[in-house]
Design a protein around this ligand. Structure first.
Ligand code: UDP
Length: 307
């Protein structure tokens, strides 16, 4: 198939492009390199089935494709808050643009939504039927509401034009090819630990997250795309929930680092607890994550050490 991956030079996107090429597909990666990087896709240029379009997902594009994976959007809080208006536009106008392309092509389109649609959740663990607790005017809203708006567009295109959609809500994902300056917790802690710098925990470190290794996430995206007769939304994440302080301890131990832990204020609207209920993914896709945290962290640390 001819497959468009928007955000294909990003962390998850570049892993996805590689897997799709391994399956023999033709892959077009569209990315404006705002938070993705050319180095992530450099090895893929050797494959004649790979091509790269350096452009914004909001810009008009006329392509013939069978599948669209829409990943384009900065996803790290540090980066998506740098230019919140652009983040919101990327999410909403990017989704609109790609839905138009999918509908014109009668192509199937998958939206990578996010656990952020649940905001600071009052229901735990989070199921897809939960509507969330999002602050619409806070510093995370550009991303949260942008992604919620994109979900709305996906379901309206499906109802109004019969567009063949898939929506997944990705929870915290980590692994090789995260940028050194990504700003998210796993990469920050690993970089700090490897450099022997202080590890900075925001808040008291009791807030929880559930971390999924990137290979597991990508496998779920591909299963979701190729499963017939479903739209989602489906949660994709690892239900192994841990406090941020415990993550820091793991990383210090696995790197053998002498870093100290220091504490800073918790940013506004930082969710207190997050853990996916993945019963839908199990039932509809036959998917569960396979890589345990310790093994995934070791692989990630190895790849960061090489850099
Ligand atoms: N965090 C931290 N130190 C860091 C980066 C993040 O303590 O250097 C915390 C952050 O406040 C949040 C959690 O780790 O509670 C996960 O943050 P991340 O930016 O990875 O993603 P989020 O899940 O908040 O979107």
């Amino acid at each position: 198939m001819r497959i468009l991956v928007t955000g294909g030079a990003g962390f998850i996107g570049s892993h996805l492009c590689r897997r799709l090429l391994q399956q023999g597909h033709e892959v077009i990666c569209l990315d404006n390199l705002a938070s993705g990087s050319r180095s992530n896709i450099e090895p893929l240029f050797e494959d004649p089935n790979f091509s790269f379009l350096e452009q914004d997902v909001q810009a008009p594009v006329d392509l013939t494709v069978d599948r669209i994976y829409n990943l384009a959007c900065p996803a790290s809080p540090v980066h998506y808050q740098e230019d919140p208006v652009q983040t919101f536009k990327t999410s909403v106008l990017g989704a609109l643009n790609m839905l138009e392309l999918a509908t014109r092509n009668s192509a199937r389109i998958l939206q990578t939504s996010t656990s952020e649609v649940y905001g600071d959740p009052l229901v735990h663990p989070q199921r897809e039927s939960y509507w969330g607790n999002v602050n619409p005017i806070g510093i995370r809203s550009c991303y949260d509401e942008g992604k919620r708006g994109a979900e709305t567009l996906f379901f309206d295109y499906h109802r109004q034009y019969g567009t063949d959609i898939r929506v997944v809500r990705i929870f915290n994902t980590y692994g090789p090819l995260m940028a050194n300056d990504d700003g998210r917790v796993v990469s920050n802690f690993i970089v700090e630990a490897l450099k022997g710098e202080d590890i900075t925990i925001y808040g008291d470190g009791s807030q929880t997250r559930s971390f999924c290794y990137v290979d597991d996430t990508v496998r779920a995206l591909m299963l979701m795309m190729e499963t017939e007769g479903i739209t989602g939304p489906v949660n994709v994440g690892n239900p192994n929930e841990i406090p941020v302080k415990v993550l820091a301890d793991h990383i210090i131990r696995l790197t053998g680092s002498s870093s100290n832990i220091v504490y800073q204020d918790l940013p506004q609207d930082d969710p207190v607890r997050r853990k996916p209920d993945i019963s839908s993914a199990k039932e509809l896709l036959g998917w569960t994550p396979e890589v345990p945290l310790e093994e995934g962290l070791q692989k990630t640390i190895e790849s960061f050490s090489k850099q």
